[in-house]
Design a protein around this ligand. Structure first.
Ligand SMILES: [Zn+2]
Length: 378
């Protein structure tokens, strides 16, 4: 019954408004009488469980009072939250049909209607409404439109939408989505032109450069593979581990391994452990093993890493170092690694922490947070 009380809010608002306007008193009284009578009818229908008629009746009031649209939108949201999607749809559909509604408000209602349809699994209905909004230049429709096409795997439709309305795609996330749509079309059609087009969006995405490099690498076009993957690693250093191994073999095939280590050095300032190990391998290849050990030890002290430890052990075993020194170094590194790991873990929800909680802050279970187990646990 909450929604019924809710519907009375506009009546109260209209009543206050009407009472405040003395100069137009008679007209206002007449308007107020109309609103109240329509509300009574609408509420009566609802109370009699003739819900569709009730809603339709209440929506009619919009012609009298456009101010109440917000209330209907909130009411529809309430229905949607409760899973009563048919009622939410009904309200949004009726609102859209209102001839006197502000154009921006109609767009918002249509967007909400599309969201109802998506929740109800009526994807065609959602698509047709979202298409109307995108054509009208309504940017808020882009995200649900992209999500819908991702869900239905209609990559080509997404690409077409982007090419027709590219000026709407100004943010990074929507460009990344469209870039991936291009990649999917390229893979389905084996046409790398789509990958090239995907590199020319407003924001550079990761995957087009990755796929272009991969395609070149598979065709053994090492020069092109290096071109795309260099661009990829310089723009997205965090992605470097994905390609660094194949990239190294491209350079090796062209007999220019020195250039590869030059690239690794460029990447070092923001590098993860994979790039650091490559750097060490370069030092080892040029006979500078002690320097590699020093570099890696120093880096592991600041940023402990299991892969780093593993490679350090390999390095130490190749060099004639006193076993006592090696053991001390390893103990030091392992201790600092363990100190970065959470001491406690909830056995209900997996929440981890350095502090002991008797009540899990995440799942609110008592005594479920216990000393953690596993590779680095207790
Ligand atoms: Zn928990």
């Amino acid at each position: 019954m909450i929604e019924l009380l809710f519907l009375l809010l506009p009546v109260a608002a209209a009543y206050g408004y009407v009472m405040g306007k003395n100069s137009a008193k008679n007209l206002a009284h007449e308007q107020n009488r109309k609103i109240t009578s329509e509300y009574s009818k609408g509420l009566k229908f609802l109370l009699d469980r003739e819900e569709d008629q009730g809603l339709e009746h209440l929506i009619k009031l919009l012609e009298v009072s456009a101010d109440s649209v917000e209330h209907y939108l909130t009411l529809a949201t309430l229905f949607r939250k409760r899973g009563e999607l048919d009622r939410a749809i009904k309200i949004h559909e009726l609102l859209i049909e209102q001839p006197n509604l502000d154009i921006e408000l109609v767009k918002s209602c249509r967007l909400e209607l599309a969201k109802d349809y998506i929740m109800a699994g009526l994807l065609d209905g959602a698509e047709s409404n979202l298409v109307v909004l995108v054509k009208a230049g309504f940017e808020d429709a882009l995200e649900p439109m992209i999500q819908l096409y991702s869900q239905t795997r209609d990559w080509q439709k997404g690409v077409n939408m982007y090419e027709a309305y590219s000026e709407l795609f100004s943010d990074k996330a929507s460009c990344a989505a469209i870039a991936n749509f291009y990649c999917e079309v390229a893979l389905e059609s084996s046409d790398t032109q789509y990958l090239e087009r995907a590199t020319k969006l407003n924001h550079q995405a990761i995957r087009p450069l990755y796929e272009l490099g991969l395609d070149a690498h598979e065709r053994q076009d090492n020069v092109k593979a290096i071109y795309y993957w260099r661009k990829l690693t310089s723009e997205f250093p965090q992605i470097a581990p994905l390609v660094v191994h194949d990239l190294q073999s491209c350079y090796a095939s062209l007999n220019i391994s020195d250039d590869f280590y030059g690239l690794i050095e460029e990447l070092l300032p923001n590098a993860g452990v994979t790039i650091k190990i490559k750097h060490c391998q370069g030092l080892v290849e040029s006979g500078r093993v002690a320097e590699a050990i020093e570099f890696l030890t120093d880096s592991l002290k600041r940023e402990p890493s299991i892969r780093g430890f593993s490679y350090l052990l390999q390095l130490l075993s190749t060099k004639n170092v006193k076993i006592q020194d090696v053991l001390e170094e390893i103990d030091h590194l392992v201790t600092s690694y363990i100190s970065t790991k959470p001491d406690y873990q909830c056995n209900k929800c997996g929440f981890t922490s350095h502090k002991l909680y008797w009540l899990c802050p995440s799942c609110k279970t008592w005594e479920s947070v216990v000393p953690s187990r596993g590779l680095d646990g207790y």
